[in-house]
Design a protein around this ligand. Structure first.
Ligand SMILES: [Fe+2]
Ligand SMILES: [Fe+2]
Length: 164
């Protein structure tokens, strides 16, 4: 199997860390909502945290398949308190836009190196990021529409609690 470049191995390791950091960020948000008694929101963010872990595993598997070294780094502690119920939703959207920019950076390197296999692997992440940005934006918009009405907020909370 073709070797990955040193730079590629490094940047994929950084992305493994970024995905785990995303998981940690969303777990903190899940804790915040659980504390507020919004168990549907909490469930949604716990599921999101789990998804981020699977993203890190995808990248880890990719490195293993190429016999490349995996370097686990420190994960920054997330904040677990926010000024209001909306703040984590806004943060999620900003964070996903940021993660998209990280994926694009890896893609830029893969294209520059004519690393076709990594380009192919990254395609999945490109469309996943699109989906995650749309989901985050939709949730923020739903909150802005329904959040100020308690009975509608309860319905949104209930809907989020059903996320698989
Ligand atoms: Fe992710
Ligand atoms: Fe994400």
């Amino acid at each position: 199997m073709a070797n990955l470049s040193k730079n590629m191995v490094h940047i994929i390791n950084e992305q493994i860390n970024a995905e785990l950091e995303s998981a940690y960020l969303y777990l903190g948000m899940a804790n915040f909502y659980a504390e507020k008694g919004l168990m549907g929101f909490a469930h949604n963010f716990k599921k999101q945290a789990d998804e981020e872990v699977t993203h890190s595993e995808k990248l880890r598997d990719y490195l293993i398949d190429h016999s490349a070294p995996i370097v686990l780094k420190d994960i920054k502690a997330p904040r677990e308190t926010y000024e209001d119920l909306r703040a984590p939703l806004k943060k999620q959207l900003e964070h996903e836009e940021y993660v998209t920019s990280l994926i694009y950076k890896i893609m830029d390197l893969a294209i520059e190196e004519k690393d076709y296999r990594t380009i192919e692997m990254l395609r999945w992440f490109v469309s996943e990021q699109q989906e995650e940005e749309v989901n985050a934006r939709t949730l923020l918009e739903e909150y802005d529409t329904f959040g100020s009405d308690l009975s509608l907020l309860y319905k949104l909370n209930k809907k989020l609690g059903k996320r698989e």
